[in-house]
Design a protein around this ligand. Structure first.
Ligand code: NAP
Length: 311
């Protein structure tokens, strides 16, 4: 069978022949239909993800939609770092799968679960979002950040402030539930507007996280009021110069949400609701590409759409 294979961490993967999967106990072999090239998959393929064990060759891909032996079409999350979803056939644990609702498009589901899940599990599993919360999304112009605006509203936020770099994509978020959109460079305005925020969903980290933290804490009327800052992504930098005073002088609490901090069983428990929300319209922009065209698709990806390989 054929698969997308990484043979060197500094080169794009190639479409190659590999051995058929050998299922472990409890696994079944499924026929992949669609799997998306998320930032998480790029870091897996470059060996830079925090879970990477540096083993090569590897088949990338953390999830996708597949035809199961019982004839059902399901979303499935993959547990292995080296035998991922970018293959014609994959051994999977059926306990980490969800049957697609009638009419759900496999490519749309494959594209959307990872970005939608990022804020969904953060809000449901890493913090307790107060009723009628004000939520700030930092990095809302990315695909996961854009989804977070909609997820926060769907899960009960009363007021969502969106901030990011790209002006067109930022403006478009007003049509997806953002009550206010503020350019990332306007730190002072973010501080004033989100001064009483209850939750920050942070896809950027790096310098923007530290600057925004300082601005919000300084502008807060009730310094001791709780502010849950959830680090979800690091598009602006893996490290952040967080001021100690921001933590000492306020109710600021910093937590992370991702693979490791959210246990597999908690993640799997949220999957049916996430897939249902996607089938209900919580989708992201998709471009589909045949898996055999991986070499060109890997380098010409467009930031506004999520690339989905079809098998
Ligand atoms: N923890 C989880 O469960 C989880 C799940 C999914 C994703 N993530 C992480 O979340 C992050 C975003 O994912 P995504 O799917 O939204 O990726 P994406 O669609 O590629 O978006 C990334 C966005 O980051 C922005 N960006 C890049 N460098 C920046 C900088 N220096 N300053 C400010 N903005 C910058 C860009 O915004 P502009 O277009 O405005 O320039 C870009 O659109 C990634 O780190 C990803 O690994 C985490």
């Amino acid at each position: 069978m054929q698969a997308i294979v990484v043979t060197a961490f500094d080169r794009p993967p190639e479409w190659q022949d590999i051995e058929d999967p050998r299922p472990n106990e409890g696994e079944v072999v499924v026929r992949m239909i669609a799997a998306a090239l998320h930032p998480r998959v790029r870091s897996q393929a470059s060996g830079s993800h925090y879970t990477s064990e540096g083993v090569l060759p590897l088949v990338p891909g953390v999830d996708g939609v597949a035809r199961f032996p019982d004839g059902t079409t399901r979303y499935v999350a993959i547990g292995s770092d080296v035998r991922g979803s970018f293959a014609e056939r994959v051994a999977v644990d059926p306990r980490a799968s969800v049957v697609l609702p009638d009419g759900a498009d496999p490519a749309e589901v494959a594209a959307a679960v990872n970005p939608v899940m990022s804020s969904w599990v953060a809000l449901r599993r890493r913090i307790t979002m107060p009723a009628d919360a004000t939520v700030l999304v930092l990095g809302a112009t990315g695909i996961a950040g854009g989804s977070a605006v909609r997820v926060a509203k769907r899960l009960g936020a009363a007021h969502v402030v969106a901030s990011g770099r790209n002006p067109e994509r930022l403006a478009a978020l007003a049509g997806y539930g953002a009550d206010e959109t503020i350019p990332l460079a306007d730190t002072a305005r973010i501080g004033e507007t989100a001064a009483e925020a209850d939750v920050v969903l942070d896809y950027l980290w790096g310098v923007p996280a530290a600057d925004t933290m300082r601005a919000i804490v300084t502008a807060r009327r009730d310094r001791a009021a709780r502010l849950d800052w959830v680090s979800i992504g690091s598009s602006a930098g893996a490290e952040s110069p967080i001021p100690s005073a921001a933590l000492r002088a306020s109710g600021l609490t910093v937590v992370g949400s991702g693979q490791g901090s959210v246990g597999r069983s908690a993640f799997v428990a949220e999957l049916p609701s996430i897939v249902e929300a996607i089938a209900d319209g919580l989708t992201v922009p998709v471009r589909t590409v045949g898996a055999e065209d991986v070499a060109s698709a890997w380098t010409d990806a467009d930031a506004a759409t999520r690339t989905v390989f079809t098998f």
